[in-house]
Design a protein around this ligand. Structure first.
Ligand SMILES: O=C(O)C(=O)[C@@H](O)CO
Ligand SMILES: [Mg+2]
Length: 283
């Protein structure tokens, strides 16, 4: 069974963010990820991790220039990253520096750097050199701290105009960036929405050593992984099989909006997919 991390920005919406750590540990998660930890003091979050025996496995660099407390709200309102946005290089670098400082305190080995939306009037091809240059700069800064950066293809239904949508583009970009500590965050939800053939893509890309993290949700509504058109149990089996062959030991982030979160039992009641994965592994 892969190691699963609870995405605390999406799971347990019935609880205050700091209380979600304990809930995740109680449900048997060993790792957690989140979108943006910046509204909280890094030391306070590190204490929550330690107190609950959890590892922070991933979070995002800020998607735009804001006060720390505003970052999450700004993401909802439209900040989607700066890596491909001309004229905002200084803000991009300041955001990466803030993320690296949180990663050090949280002892988190991975930081996702959002690509951003291609500005009106420009093409993806026109902004790609800037994206590559920004990622190269960020990768070198992260390498000094022993950290890895993730780049994530995201579907354009969720973020219209987003620069990076496809797995093959992400892997081409890694070649161009040319820094070994940059990897792909392969979100199976986005992969299914954009291009499908998910199991084949896991088999193609995981052995390259260029996939640093997986995430999963049901498709099309981004609810529990066992709701909708993806067969999560089958895909976890594929990850397990290929990981064993190539020595991959990363995490799968549970990044979904619980459909059952508003029912009695909250997020925990919707973890049947996790219990099924455990039962399958025990057989
Ligand atoms: O939307 C997603 O998928 C994510 O992983 C967010 O963290 C934005 O990158
Ligand atoms: Mg994702």
């Amino acid at each position: 069974m892969p190691r699963f991390a609870a995405n605390l920005s999406l799971l347990y919406p019935e609880l205050d963010f700091p209380d979600r750590f304990e809930a995740a540990a109680r449900d048997g998660f060993e790792g957690v990820e989140c979108l943006f930890p910046y509204a909280w003091d890094a030391g306070e979050l590190a204490a929550r991790l330690q107190g609950n025996g959890l590892q922070q496995v991933l979070f995002n660099a800020p998607p735009g220039r804001r006060e720390r407390a505003e970052i999450e709200r700004a993401w909802q309102a439209g900040d989607k990253g700066l890596a491909c946005v001309p004229g905002r290089e200084a803000e991009f670098k300041a955001g990466v520096a803030l993320a690296l400082s949180y990663a050090a305190v949280l002892q988190c080995p991975r930081v996702h750097v959002l690509a951003g939306v291609v500005p009106a009037g420009l093409t993806r091809e026109a902004v790609q050199p800037l994206y590559v240059e920004n990622l190269r700069w960020a990768a070198r800064a992260a390498a000094k701290e022993g950290l890895r950066l993730m780049i994530e293809p995201i579907n354009t239904r969720d973020i219209p105009g987003y620069f990076l949508n496809r797995q093959d583009h992400a892997h081409e970009l890694l070649e161009e960036i040319g820094e070994p500590n940059v990897q792909v965050q392969m979100d199976l939800y986005h992969c299914q929405v954009v291009e499908g053939d998910v199991a084949t893509k896991i088999r193609r890309y995981l052995p390259t050593g260029r996939v640093g993290h997986f995430q999963v949700a049901g498709v099309p509504q981004r609810h529990e992984p066992d709701c909708g058109e993806l067969n999560a149990g089958y895909l976890f089996g594929v990850i397990d099989e290929v990981a064993a062959q190539c020595g991959w030991d990363g995490w799968v982030g549970a990044e979904y909006r619980p459909a059952r979160g508003s029912e009695a039992g909250g997020t925990s009641a919707g973890l049947g997919w996790l219990r099924a994965a455990r039962a399958q592994a025990a057989r």
